[in-house]
Design a protein around this ligand. Sequence first.
Ligand code: PLP
Length: 352
Amino acid sequence: MTPFIAPEQLMREGGHSSLLRLGANESAFGPSPKAVEAMARELPRISWYGDPESYDVRSALAVRHDCAVENLCVGSGIDDLMGLAVRAFMGAGAVALTTRGTYPTFAYHVTGFGGRLETVQYRADGMVDVDALVARANELRPAIVYLANPDNPSGTLLPPAEVVRLFEALPRQTLLFLDEAYVDFIDERSAFPPLLHGRLLRVRTFSKAYGMAGARIGYLISTPRNVVTFQKIRLHYGVNRNAQIGALAALGDVGFHEHVVKQVAQGRDEYYTLAVSLGTSALRSHTNFVCIDFGNAERATTVMNKLLAHGVFVRKPAAPPLDRYVRVSVGTPEERLEFGTRLRAVLAEVDR
Ligand SMILES: *Cc1c(COP(=O)(O)O)cnc(C)c1O
């Protein structure tokens, strides 16, 4: 099975020459102009390999996270780092545990490396169920528990104390893989405290708030010992040289990051208002996407498919209790207006 059907494939299959691209949580606000400028300037040097140690990026990240360079490993996105974690810490037949319907790539790595994935459900309110994860983890004693916080596809955020509670209640042999792909959209004080621990693998990315998904760059924060393990098995030249240059410049452009975070918050508010104006509601999101409630799974699937037929690329959670939602990424103000218009047209068809 393919983890995701890409918008490019949807365009080929549907005969669309363009799509309103609101399905993959890519940043509508692009990368920092400073990152673009730095990458453009260095493009002729693409004949060189990047620094295999990603030393400059790690040094800048070390300052930012108040840790050592030895606490950081750079990879080609979180998806890459997930695969390394599974390869390093799960033998064949080992068990991993997560929430059913959360971001799926971790599960593909687990299956691909011969492991077994066990799941618990989201709570009815769309929150990750910490009690259920703790209970199941203590039965199964899994090698890894995977948690995305803020979560995708729900957009919900567990308060830091809840993540600490989960971490501390896990069996002694269980690692927590904490996927913080969307953490750059929240106040750092709402994030998990900066704890370095051998059983904690924390990962972040330049794909979302920094608008560099196509560049493929993300990083792990953990203990030097875990970082050494990742460094041993990662692809030596796996990180794109241009991505290293862009990431470094993006980290220096604090003003642009703040601008994006503000724009995204405004976009989320517009989607909440849109949902209410359609007589429904949306999940409170801490990310650059919003889940709109369409009542039941069948209706949500129909809405998604009809949106696609109208040239709007969105996705929806597959598993209950979130399967009655359609997930839409925050677009530019113009894209948001266009989404509202096309959604109204689709609902007029669906409810005819
Ligand atoms: C988008 C996303 C990723 C992928 O991150 P990359 O750094 O682009 O590989 C990982 N986890 C979650 C929860 C995401 O939404």
